[in-house]
Write a protein that binds this ligand. Structure first.
Ligand code: PLP
Length: 401
């Protein structure tokens, strides 16, 4: 019997999808399930996006498209990032992909040889680890527990960079914690990064429009323009425009990196489908009221979740200021038993299983993000489900003995 490639043994199916699947199965069995598991925005793009897609179908020539992306899309991306202060880039600095996930995968292939090191903070977005493992990179983890607000300190970064990783991957605002680095914190980290010219920096900033409390987005290039030759900025239409299934992500950064991704595209996907590109242009250049409204709505939901987290004794929960996740440290529950069902809670996975079985609330165990003391609540569920879901969460805690 022939064997699969070793890399497949290292690739694991998404832990987030596993929870979502279990919740779906229980729902199909007739259980009343509230899902806080998956990070899918619960809104759709405006009608102009669908109209642009329809017109693209009408005008379709049936030809292959550009490996980099059509000029009109690249221009729209450049305008989009100008709005957050990233100016002076050209089409040659851009590359597109089938979602930011695909762009990250391409970057891993373009920047990391087998055995090279990629460093990133913990908690991390699950796919970072899986992608690193698939390309057989060494992973250098930088632990940032709840006690330090899930944020990387300049000193930690300095110690990590001194080991000369090939790539430093940074995510702000963060999935799973929702934490956002302030301008001063970004400047302090950027000051460290300038000292290590041999490390590429990937800034996964796909939640950059999802900021609360009047906070303004900031990044390494704005902080230290000399980092521009090494910073690869990532963005995606998925979360900002309610378009996760359309699959359009992009990078803006050094020309040689963009060119490498275009070459990979030419060998993998050829091009992002033209209908998707047309929808993307419409989303980027059309009315921005949907993302603006959603920001207000998500901030109110964040407050609702935080009120409950703060009211549960022993739960430690740094207050998120972006994205749509809350990441409470629930380790106070470990070693306890859920009274009504007798379920023993030894760790985050037990906790999430018992919560789902007993109360029908689905959350993702923190170990999926490298932090087994916590769990992730995604509050993108329909608004009327949020309060009852939180109430069940609170009840579950009260029933632990
Ligand atoms: N980066 C982070 C931090 C994410 O949370 C996600 C999706 O959840 C992605 C990248 C991938 O986004 P996309 O849908 O564009 O592939």
């Amino acid at each position: 019997m022939p064997q699969l490639a070793a890399r497949i043994g290292r690739a694991k199916p998404s832990a987030i999808m596993a929870v979502a699947e279990k919740a779906k199965r229980l729902k199909a069995e007739g259980r009343d399930i509230i899902s806080f598991s998956i990070g899918v925005p619960n809104f759709l793009p405006g009608p102009h996006v669908y109209e642009a897609a329809r017109q693209a179908v009408e005008k379709d020539s049936g030809q292959y498209g550009s490996n980099r992306g059509p000029d009109a899309l690249l221009d729209a991306l450049l305008l989009h990032i100008e709005k957050i202060g990233l100016t002076g880039y050209t089409r040659a600095n851009c590359a597109t992909g089938i979602g930011a996930k695909h762009v990250i995968y391409n970057l891993a292939e373009a920047l990391l040889d087998e055995g090279d090191t990629i460093a990133f903070p913990v908690p991390y977005w699950t796919s970072y680890m899986d992608i690193a493992e698939i390309v057989n990179a060494k992973v250098q983890l930088l632990p940032c527990p709840a006690s330090q607000n899930y944020k990387l300190t300049p000193q930690q970064l300095d110690e990590a960079m001194a080991k000369k990783p090939k790539v430093f991957l940074f995510n702000n605002p963060s999935n799973p914690t929702g934490m956002v680095y302030t301008k001063d914190e970004i400047i302090a980290l950027a000051d460290v990064l300038v000292k290590y010219p041999d490390t590429w920096i990937i800034a996964d900033d796909i939640y950059n429009r999802m900021l609360f409390d009047g906070l303004e987005y900031y990044n390494f290039v704005l902080a230290r323009p000399e980092l521009r030759d090494r910073v690869i900025f990532l963005d995606s239409l998925s979360k900002t425009y309610g378009m996760p299934g359309w699959r359009l992500g992009f990078m803006v950064g050094p020309e040689q990196v963009a060119k490498a991704l275009v070459t990979l595209n030419s060998n993998h996907i050829t091009n992002v489908p033209e209908v998707v590109n047309a929808a993307g242009i419409a989303a980027l250049t059309g009315p921005q009221d949907v993302p603006d409204q959603k920001r207000v709505e998500f901030q109110a939901k964040r407050d609702q979740v935080m009120d409950v987290m703060n009211a549960i004794p022993g739960v430690v929960c740094p207050r998120p200021q972006g994205a749509f996740y809350v990441f409470p440290d629930i380790s106070v529950a470990f070693g306890k038993t859920h009274g009504p069902t007798g379920a023993k809670i030894e760790n985050d996975v037990d906790f999430c299983n018992a919560l789902l079985e007993a109360k029908g609330v689905a959350c993702v165990p923190g170990s999926a993000f490298g932090e087994p003391r916590a769990l992730r609540i995604s509050y993108t569920c329909p608004t009327p489900q949020l309060a009852p879901g939180l109430q069940r969460f609170q009840e579950f805690f009260a029933e632990l003995v």
